[in-house]
Design a protein around this ligand. Structure first.
Ligand code: HEM
Length: 190
């Protein structure tokens, strides 16, 4: 087994709720037909990624960024109507993953093809994609992103999502597991 798979599975077993994470990373060919219909249709439906054609590549980039999270530097500035973020790495591989992730996510948002595991804010952003203006600029070592909206609910979601990204960059897989746990608890009480 690859070392990365072992880490993911180990974390999943420890937390006892990492099924979706482990499955997503362990099957980079997609979520598989079984998971599309059932696991994704449960209480977290609408919060999860669909197993579309771009899913394996997007998952690979997330994996690379989580593995290299301690090499990521990120600043977030809240604007009255949105956010301005700069996410970079001195490691060329991680910098490339950041650029590719941001480009792919911008495309997904434009086209309304959600990519999500455990974020409560991403469904809000995708539901309101037409109210979001996104400006992406490549920097030498990553991406600078400005996102604005006229809708205060969307602005709050943009700012909350920026915090989620910062936590993923700071804590890596531990942040992902926290989000998974929070999502499970939230679903049970809905
Ligand atoms: C270390 C991990 C990650 C990093 C460094 C990262 C980085 C980013 C950055 C820089 C943006 C642009 C918005 C912003 O700067 O706040 C972004 C947007 C996005 N990310 Fe990530 N991300 C990570 C993990 C994830 C994960 C785990 C998912 C979902 C499975 C995800 C899905 C998205 C989506 C859907 C957007 C578009 C949201 C929008 O444009 O409003 N990201 N990410």
């Amino acid at each position: 087994m690859k070392r990365s798979s072992k880490i993911v599975l180990g974390l999943a077993a420890t937390a006892g709720l990492g099924f979706a994470i482990a499955a997503a990373f362990a099957h980079p060919g997609g979520m598989g037909p079984g998971m599309r219909g059932h696991a994704m249709g449960g209480p977290m439906a609408g919060h999860m990624a669909n197993g579309d054609a771009a899913f394996p590549a997007d998952m690979g980039l997330v994996h690379d960024m989580l593995q290299g999270h301690d090499k990521i530097k990120r600043t977030v500035r809240n604007l009255p109507d949105g956010i301005r973020t700069v996410t970079e790495s001195d490691d060329p591989q991680v910098a490339q993953s950041i650029k590719a992730h941001v480009a792919s996510m911008e495309k997904r948002l434009n086209e309304g093809r959600i990519f999500n595991l455990f974020s409560p804010t991403l469904p809000v952003l995708f539901d309101n994609k037409d109210k979001i203006k996104t400006l992406v600029a490549a920097t030498e070592k990553g991406s600078a992103v400005t996102q604005t909206s006229d809708d205060p609910v969307v602005v709050a979601a943009l700012q909350a999502h920026a915090v989620e990204v910062s936590e993923l960059a700071r804590d890596g897989m531990a942040a992902m597991m926290r989000a998974a746990r929070a999502n499970m608890v939230g679903s049970a009480h809905r």
